[in-house]
Design a protein around this ligand. Structure first.
Ligand code: NAD
Length: 258
């Protein structure tokens, strides 16, 4: 019997995923569904969700909601709509994010810095603000915020993104302290170089030929896959990580070990 048939720790759980139409979001939606969860995917009204929907063709439960995570009334509405599905939110993958501009600080467009803040920090904060009370009332739940190795180290030309992902780490630690007495866990996942549209665009903007050119700089010698991240999120979502909160789970092939 394959893993899908035998290992289903998320049966009966409702998982909300923001940025669900994106590369990491949809891989994680698929992974959590395979492990038994019912999925509520959230993405921006302008996002193309066809690849996500194609992963759920076989009639499994996916509810797709449209919301701008920077808009407080949209966030309130997606949380309320998600609650309509099973009356609970067991897992929240707070994942929507943008890469912003790549330029030295002296040339970094201020409006891009604000935009990155709004999506990657305010969007994550608002998600926490409206999901935490639901989970605290349930006395159970697991939240996973998407940070990055950019939340642990600096990088030239990436000030907006680096700022935002460090902020996600701070929000995770603070939320974990506030939520722990209520039986709710909050952790962050820190992807390294993941083979994806986002990494390819960043690398091109910085003048490198392609994302693969970064592989030799990774101790394990390869880029990560979206499934590497989905597996880590699935672990944090499940009771297999039941004594973990405020943890930063780094998934980077050893990139930040040195
Ligand atoms: N790809 C990587 O190498 C990498 C590495 C580290 C961290 N991350 C982080 O992982 C997360 C997912 O990245 P990805 O690679 O899947 O990128 P992606 O661009 O494929 O997906 C991001 C999703 O977020 C959505 N989104 C953006 N702004 C939004 C808004 N205002 N409201 C609602 N949805 C919005 C987009 O529509 C998109 O579907 C991001 O937080 C990103 O910063 C990615």
């Amino acid at each position: 019997m394959n893993e899908a048939a035998t290992y289903r720790p998320l049966v009966g759980r409702l998982a909300v995923i923001t940025g669900a139409a994106g590369a990491i979001g949809r891989a994680t939606a698929r992974k959590l569904a395979t492990r038994g969860a019912t999925i509520v995917g959230v993405d921006h009204p302008s996002a193309d969700a066809s690849a996500l929907e194609a992963l759920f063709e076989s009639g499994e439960a996916l509810t797709l909601l449209r919301a701008d995570v920077t808009n407080e009334s949209d966030v309130k509405a997606y949380v309320e709509a998600a609650l309509q599905v099973t009356g609970r939110i067991d897992v929240f993958f707070n994942n929507a994010g943008i890469e912003g501009a790549q330029a030295p600080i002296s040339e970094y467009p201020t409006e891009d810095f604000v935009k990155v803040f709004n999506v990657n920090v305010l969007g994550v904060f608002l998600g926490l603000k409206y999901v935490l009370p639901v989970m605290q009332e349930q006395k159970a739940g697991s939240i996973i915020n998407t940070s990055s190795i950019a939340g642990l180290i600096g990088a030239e030309n990436m000030s907006g993104y680096i700022m935002s992902k460090h902020a996600v780490l701070g929000l995770t630690r603070t939320a974990s302290l506030e939520a722990a007495p209520h039986g709710v866990r909050v952790n962050s996942v820190h992807p390294g170089f993941i083979d994806s549209r986002m990494l390819t665009d960043i690398v091109h903007n910085l003048g490198a030929p392609d994302a693969e050119s970064l592989a030799p700089s990774v101790p394990m010698g390869r880029l990560g896959s979206v499934d590497d991240i989905a597996n880590a999120v699935a672990f944090l979502a499940s009771d297999d990580s039941s004594y973990m909160s405020g943890h930063s789970l780094v998934v980077d092939g050893g990139k930040t070990a040195g």
